[in-house]
Write a protein that binds this ligand. Structure first.
Ligand SMILES: NC(=O)c1ccc[n+]([C@@H]2O[C@H](COP(=O)([O-])OP(=O)(O)OC[C@H]3O[C@@H](n4cnc5c(N)ncnc54)[C@H](O)[C@@H]3O)[C@@H](O)[C@H]2O)c1
Length: 275
């Protein structure tokens, strides 16, 4: 996308974290927004944080509900006349091993993190293809190219989002639709706080420890993350890493794929032994 001025951007997960910061910076750059989330109160707060002159519509959308995502795409075009960009950003996580996690919790993560992105992509694509300079931005993660323990469904879903993005890049090469696959490292947001934890630890000490550990480790602010993503969009980058940790992890995975994985596994063993 060469400019964001006057472009209509649809954005999911806009009630918090990276999504809220994307909404604010996009509005500052003159984009017209269609912001969506399941959290109506948070979405309203985002709306209030936008510059006064911003043109924005608010939509309650559960991205794991295929029909609702399709009706949202129609709604956006009805309200704004057309749509130039979809940013599939909404996401959730869990904190349980593959052995412990229930199918229900696995599906909760996978349905939002993967199918939410697939529905958003397919529902908006026909409209995007009608535009001269369009963009699909799908937020994956470092977990999209390297899995971390106790994050199984998220690892699987983010790998699937990366594969979806790479497929789109191949299939949409000769169209007006650009694709950016975004891979953030640790970003200081509510993602872990809103995770599903193993039964009995949800509000317990173990969960609290994980939240505090994430807050210490996450080195990038959501404002900075949004800024990097928007720069990547404007440069039509096919792949955008976000944060120094993401760059380092990317390097380590290339240099020592098995060694790095063993090291992360060892660290997990130690953490389990300490608890
Ligand atoms: N925070 C990180 O360290 C990090 C790292 C890599 C990738 N990401 C990804 O960045 C994206 C944004 O996450 P964040 O860190 O800002 O987290 P966040 O929890 O602050 O924001 C996520 C937003 O998604 C919304 N959401 C959850 N379920 C939804 C659903 N079914 N339908 C619509 N909206 C829903 C939430 O209400 C919330 O507003 C996610 O895709 C996440 O996986 C985050």
């Amino acid at each position: 996308m060469n400019t964001l001025e006057g472009k209509v951007v649809a954005l999911t997960g806009a009630a918090s974290g990276i999504g809220r910061c994307l909404a604010i910076e996009l509005a500052e750059k003159g984009s017209h927004l269609a912001i969506a989330d399941v959290d109506e109160q948070g979405l309203q707060q985002t709306l209030e944080l936008l510059p006064k002159e911003a043109k924005a519509s608010l939509h309650i959308v559960d991205v794991s509900n295929r029909e609702r995502v399709y009706s949202w795409a129609d709604e956006v075009v009805k309200e704004h006349g057309h749509v130039d960009c979809i940013i599939n950003n909404a996401g959730v996580a869990s904190s349980m091993t593959i052995e412990d996690i229930s199918y229900e919790d696995f599906e909760w993560v996978f349905d939002i993190v993967f199918y939410g992105v697939l529905y958003g992509t397919k529902a908006f694509l026909p409209y995007l293809k009608q535009r001269p300079d369009a963009h699909i931005v799908n937020i994956s993660s470092v977990n999209g190219f390297f899995p971390f323990p106790t994050n199984g469904p998220y690892n699987c879903a983010k790998h699937a989002v990366k594969a979806l993005n790479q497929t789109l890049l191949q299939e949409l090469r000769h169209t007006s639709v650009n694709v950016t696959s975004v891979h953030p490292g640790g970003i200081k947001t509510n993602i872990v706080r809103n995770s599903r934890f193993a039964e009995g630890t949800e509000s317990g000490e173990a969960a609290q420890k994980k939240i505090e550990g994430f807050d210490r480790m996450a080195g990038t602010t959501p404002e900075k993350a949004a800024s990097i993503i928007i720069k990547g969009m404007l440069k039509n980058r096919k792949r955008q890493l976000v944060g120094v940790d993401a760059v380092i992890i990317d390097l380590l995975v290339r240099l020592m794929p098995q060694g790095f994985s063993d090291l992360v596994g060892l660290r997990h063993d130690r953490a389990v032994a300490e608890n």
